[in-house]
Design a protein around this ligand. Structure first.
Ligand SMILES: Nc1ncnc2c1ncn2[C@@H]1O[C@H](COP(=O)(O)OP(=O)(O)O)[C@@H](O)[C@H]1O
Ligand SMILES: [Mg+2]
Length: 382
């Protein structure tokens, strides 16, 4: 194509040279022809404007020297362009950044090899387009996307911070009340027993604060709580009281269908508790009034939470695990719940996916690998 592509025209008489000169003049893109020694032999006005120079200074000078005078990456890029056009015949879309007198321009250059009629020397035709405005528009778009993304994040962080403040405020209030009570009764005859109860409350509530802080820390990449080999059902049973209360207060009922003989898994009880709590809360918040928690032994240990709410529309299923994705922002959603659940399942070496429940509600399924028990081979052998 570069050396031999045909030119098509109406009529058979070749147009006069003036006609071709007119074409070069009319081109909005810069056009330059260089010879084998990289001397610029022909340019149009548009090209000279792009180089910030009158044509007299351009013609018969070396293209290489020009490139070296222009700050930016022009010399390297020109060299690449030259090499590729020579080797392959054409080279498209090489971008050059040139700076002169404090002004920067971005130029997209296409080039192709030109042979003299004798096929001896190889020159090059290059077409230069100013893409400065286009690049500025792309940068502005990127900047506004980044701003939007930051604003979105800030809003979510604010919601999250509000949530944490609320969660910490309750136990902090209980601690204060219990401590004041203990102080008040300490000199009375029944004081020591009463104070003992107050201390218990203080310790429990302080632990609760600690758990909340941990759940926030769990959102930070790289943080891991302690793992031990354990029984998933036991952990679920230990963490169910608060959840049952939470669901009941909102008119929902939780059913437990915990499979027997579940193999052990390597787990962090706190994380499993967080996982279940987030899944159940999501079901309650979706408006479901029946939630079923199921565990089963398969190749893996499977935990399913399903509800009879409205379900999760197919078009958002891809995004529900993204951090900060929520359809409930107005109602205090942070969009962190499922991303936390995802992180926890992944950290446990498992997988998580979403399905539709038989009645159209949502069903979230986590699969955990069976633990490899130390010494299990010995026991079998014994
Ligand atoms: N059980 C469910 N039923 C319907 N939609 C759900 C359910 N669980 C999650 N979702 C959808 O997934 C989104 C993300 O959930 P999540 O990450 O927990 O954030 P949040 O609960 O703060 O909105 C929710 O906003 C909701 O649209
Ligand atoms: Mg949630």
């Amino acid at each position: 194509m570069a050396d031999g592509g045909a030119v098509h025209q109406i009529g058979s008489a070749p147009p006069p040279a003036k006609f071709f000169e007119g074409l070069l003049r009319a081109s909005p893109d810069g056009i330059a022809v260089t010879d084998a020694a990289q001397t610029i032999v022909l340019v149009n006005e548009a090209f000279c404007e792009l180089l910030f120079a009158p044509w007299r200074e351009v013609v018969e000078t070396s293209a290489l020297v020009w490139m070296q005078q222009l700050a930016g990456d022009a010399p390297q890029r020109w060299a690449e362009l030259e090499r590729e056009a020579r080797l392959k015949g054409t080279c498209r879309g090489v971008e050059l950044r040139i700076t002169k007198n404090g002004e920067t321009r971005y130029l997209a250059v296409n080039a192709s090899r030109l042979r003299t009629p004798a096929e001896a020397e190889t020159g090059m035709l290059s077409i230069w387009r100013d893409v400065t405005d286009q690049i500025a528009a792309e940068k502005a778009l990127l900047a506004s996307q980044t701003r939007l993304w930051r604003a979105e994040r800030l809003a979510s962080v604010a919601t999250l911070a509000g949530g944490i403040a609320h969660e910490i405020n309750n136990p902090a209030g209980s601690i204060l009340a219990a401590a004041e009570f203990a102080q008040l009764v300490k000199d009375e005859p029944e004081g020591p027993q009463q104070a003992e109860t107050a201390f218990k409350t203080i310790i429990e509530e302080a632990h609760r604060c600690g758990r909340i802080v941990k759940s926030v820390l769990a959102l930070t990449p790289g943080w891991q709580s302690d793992r031990a080999i354990g029984d998933l059902n036991n952990v679920l049973r230990d963490s169910c009281d608060l959840l049952i209360e939470h669901a009941n207060e909102r008119g929902a009922r939780i059913e437990w269908d915990l499979g027997t003989d579940l193999p052990a898994i390597l787990l962090s009880p706190q994380e499993i508790e967080q996982l279940l709590s987030n899944l159940v809360r999501n079901s309650v918040e979706s408006g479901a009034d029946r939630i079923v928690v199921i565990t089963r032994a398969h190749q893996t240990v499977r935990l399913t939470v399903e509800d009879n709410g409205p379900g999760i529309p197919a078009e958002i299923r891809e995004r529900i695990f993204d951090p900060f994705f929520t359809t409930r922002r107005q109602r205090g959603g942070t969009g962190l719940g499922l991303s936390l659940v995802w992180g926890i399942v992944l950290d446990h070496g498992g997988t998580l996916h979403v399905e539709s429940a038989s009645g159209g509600g949502a069903r979230l399924v986590a699969e955990f690998p069976r633990a490899v028990l130390p010494g299990s081979a010995t026991r079998e052998g014994a």
